[in-house]
Design a protein around this ligand. Structure first.
Ligand SMILES: CC(C)(COP(=O)(O)OP(=O)(O)OC[C@H]1O[C@@H](n2cnc3c(N)ncnc32)[C@H](O)[C@@H]1OP(=O)(O)O)[C@@H](O)C(=O)NCCC(=O)NCCS
Length: 243
């Protein structure tokens, strides 16, 4: 795997300082990541590394990186998962322009206290971590096009959930971000959004769907396994502060 390094565009806007984001696999790439972050005056480095790379993980620990979360990637066949997902009575449809504000509110509320690498870092302001998800969801609403779609779920006339998808290759649609209003959990809102997204994948000619979620998100994992997704791989997320 080639390493990928970039400066997080939302990070600086939300947290007020530069953050380097790196995906890597080997020890040489860790050294390059630190150099990249220093060159770009980053205050924080966020590193993702496959959980299989034990030697690199131990090197990250030796370099002062701390584990913040673990991402599990699930992949499923759209046809099979639609069959297993069953029917739901919840209405799901593509975002209308007037729905963006409520999507931002749902993102903020549903990701409040979410066990993400951001919320797990005690040095990051919690309210700004919530801002991050709100801003990200609003960006997704503003940037819809052929390859990116936002679906919303409605219960009793109210929008209570949203799901963002992105075509990452001709055969793979990715679930990018999703959230459900906390007081409406348990109505299978997310399952309904997922089934609609799987159908959307087939409409685009993509046979596979992928989703990543954090290890501590039991609801999401339960849903993925119920509808027939398979665990594909796991990545650890580490933070290191550069001051
Ligand atoms: C995770 C989340 C999307 C679930 O939404 P939801 O509409 O309540 O989910 P569903 O009703 O479709 O339930 C799916 C399954 O997860 C289970 N579940 C839901 N919340 C759960 C929780 N907190 N803990 C354990 N299981 C949970 C449900 O019981 C159901 O399992 P079942 O088929 O065995 O009954 C919602 O809690 C949320 O918005 N969380 C914060 C944001 C988030 O996690 N986004 C996804 C990031 S990948």
């Amino acid at each position: 795997m080639n390493a990928s390094f970039h400066m997080g565009s939302y990070d600086e806007k939300v947290f007020g300082f530069p953050v380097a984001r790196c995906e890597l696999r080997n020890i040489e790439q860790v050294i390059a990541a630190i150099r990249y972050a220093q060159t770009h005056a980053a205050k924080l480095i966020v590193v993702r590394c496959p959980s299989t790379e034990t030697a690199t993980i131990h090197h990250l620990e030796n370099e002062g990186f701390r584990l913040m979360d673990t991402l599990i990637r699930f992949v499923g066949s759209c046809r099979l998962c639609i069959q297993r997902g069953g029917k739901s009575g919840i209405r799901v449809f593509p975002l209308r322009e007037t729905d963006s504000t409520v999507v931002g509110q749902i993102a903020r509320k549903s990701f409040h206290a979410y066990p993400s690498h951001l919320h797990s870092d005690p040095r990051l302001d919690r309210s700004r971590c919530d801002d991050y998800y709100e801003r990200w969801s609003l960006h997704c609403c503003a940037e819809r096009e052929h390859k990116r779609e936002v679906f919303v779920a409605q219960v009793d006339g109210q929008i209570v959930g949203f799901g963002v998808t992105r075509l990452v290759s001709p055969n793979v649609l990715q679930g990018v971000l999703a959230g459900v209003m906390p007081n409406t959990n348990g109505f299978y809102t997310l399952r309904s959004l997922l089934i609609r997204s799987l159908k959307h994948a087939l409409e685009l000619g993509a046979g596979q769907f992928e989703i990543s979620t954090v290890l501590n998100n039991l609801g999401m994992q339960r849903l993925c396994t119920r509808v027939g997704f398979e665990h594909r791989n796991t990545l650890h997320t580490f933070h290191r502060w550069l001051e």
